[in-house]
Design a protein around this ligand. Structure first.
Ligand SMILES: *Cc1c(COP(=O)(O)O)cnc(C)c1O
Length: 463
């Protein structure tokens, strides 16, 4: 190919193949992409090599097609849907809970239209953002009052700042957790302006430890759910009812950070019993905080429920404004909470619960069904087997309990295995598994759309 055989930018942009390029990306981006391709080709030819597309080179249509492919690749969002086959159902790095259809519809409706977010439709006067979920939260938890903020970290920060700014916050050494990322209880305390007072030891904290630390400077006693670990063996913790009595005896509130929190007993769904928010309220906590996108199965949110006067104080805190949620999430939260009014259909409607309660036999059937498609997509050189595996709930909920599951295992050598995992991640809908014992394991517990999965696997054939 010679320099003068290169098409001009305008020839490329007016050829038939340019119309999808212009439609999808607009004139400015299309022109830039074509100009860049032609410049690369020119530079390569001047350097005595072949143009980027090799000997012979394409005509204007070929350049347009290349520009389209390049723009498609670079404009693909990393936030596109993927297949979470890691075996961790509530995977924090993959966005935790999946919303129910009802919640998606409510969020979508709120997105593009005005809604009565802080407007009372009955009186025509100003309303409150929390009104949309307050009654539901009180109904589902038995609390007097409730509010909602950006996430549970925000809920803990706001509650601590409201109850203990400039004062002592007493917490057991065994509960000074790090959740991951930057959520470490001592740091949150410092940011909330509370003085951390640690009591007891890592494995044992007694009632007398709390009592001996109470002073007129005490703002709050904090109890924290040790979400992502267990202290086993020679241990002692003061349970919430006794801690509430100690706190109230000193005229101090008890704040219970439940972490995941659940609104219903999960044992009928085959999961281990976790204390519910209602129980935490009944046990005497003055405020209880919990997440929206862990076991509850809604969007990212943090709830604060409890005593009316304390929730009112939280709402008066200027920080509340900085941590509030928008109309889209609020709509999704309301729709999610409403599903809990009908426990019979909850597991069918709430994807998180549906996935957590999927029986192993059903997942194994799915694995046997899909094994041939995966083997075919990978071609010879990879051995695909149906395997047993263990799923995790994730997000710190029931950390020691795994759920028996099944999946597909692909055996390969070390480097080949990493290459394979990388090519799965590069698919139009990435497939994320986990590497375990020299195999790439795809835990199928969270695979909902089999057709989309097999269609995506077919891309592996393409160069
Ligand atoms: C997960 C968790 C948090 C943080 O909640 P986010 O919703 O992730 O902000 C706080 N405390 C405990 C005990 C948790 O398990």
């Amino acid at each position: 190919m010679r320099l003068r055989d290169l098409p001009s930018i305008s020839a490329v942009l007016t050829c038939p193949a340019a119309s999808p390029l212009l439609d999808r990306h607009g004139r400015a981006a299309a022109t830039d992409a074509v100009r860049a391709l032609l410049a690369e080709a020119r530079a390569a030819l001047l350097a005595g090599g072949d143009a980027v597309w090799g000997i012979g080179g394409p005509d204007a249509d070929g350049v347009a097609a290349l520009a389209l492919a390049r723009l498609e690749a670079t404009s693909r969002s990393a936030l596109r849907p993927l297949f979470n086959l890691t075996g961790t159902v509530l995977h924090t790095n993959l966005g935790r809970a999946l919303l129910a259809e009802e919640a998606k519809a409510a969020a979508l409706a709120a997105m593009g239209d005005p809604v009565a977010l802080e407007f009372d439709l009955d009186s025509g006067t100003r309303g409150e953002r929390d009104d949309h979920v307050r009654a539901l939260l009180c109904e589902l938890t038995g609390a007097e009052d409730a509010t909602v903020v950006n996430n549970n970290a925000a809920a803990v920060l706001l509650a601590l700042n409201t109850l203990a700014r400039g004062r002592d916050a007493i917490v057991s050494r065994g509960e000074l957790i790090e959740i991951g990322g930057a959520f470490r209880m001592p740091d949150i305390m410092a940011q909330a302006g509370a003085r951390l007072v640690e009591v007891g030891t890592t494995n044992r904290t007694h009632a007398k430890d709390y009592k001996g630390t109470l002073t007129p400077e005490t703002g709050v006693i904090l109890k924290v759910h040790t979400s992502n670990y267990r202290i086993q063996g020679f241990t002692k913790e003061v349970l919430a009812p006794e801690l509430a009595a100690i706190a109230h005896g000193a005229g101090v509130p008890l704040l219970n950070d439940l972490g995941s929190g659940t609104l219903v007993d999960l044992s009928p769904y085959g999961l281990k019993r976790e204390p519910t928010v209602r129980e935490a309220v009944e046990e005497g906590a003055d405020l209880v905080t919990f997440s929206g996108d862990k076991l509850l199965g809604g969007p990212q949110a943090g709830f604060i429920v409890g005593r009316r006067d304390l929730v009112a104080a939280v709402n008066r805190n200027p920080m509340k404004r900085a941590l509030r949620v928008d109309k889209v999430r609020l709509a999704a939260i309301e729709a999610t909470l409403k599903l809990y009014r009908d426990p019979d259909r909850l597991a069918r409607r709430l994807p998180t619960l549906a996935l957590l309660s999927r029986p192993k036999a059903e997942i194994a059937d799915q694995a046997r069904r899909l094994a041939p498609a995966l083997a075919q997509a990978l071609g010879a050189g990879y051995a695909v087997t149906v395997c047993d595996c263990d799923s995790q709930i994730g997000s710190g909920a029931l950390p020691l309990d795994t759920l028996p599951s099944a999946g597909l295992a692909i055996a390969a050598g070390g480097a080949a295995l990493n290459r394979l995992a990388a090519s799965f991640r590069a698919l139009s809908r990435p497939i994320i598994g986990r590497i375990e014992d020299g195999r790439l394991v795809l835990d199928l517990r969270c695979l909902r759309d089999e057709d989309a999965f097999t269609a995506t696997l077919a891309e592996l054939h393409q160069p």
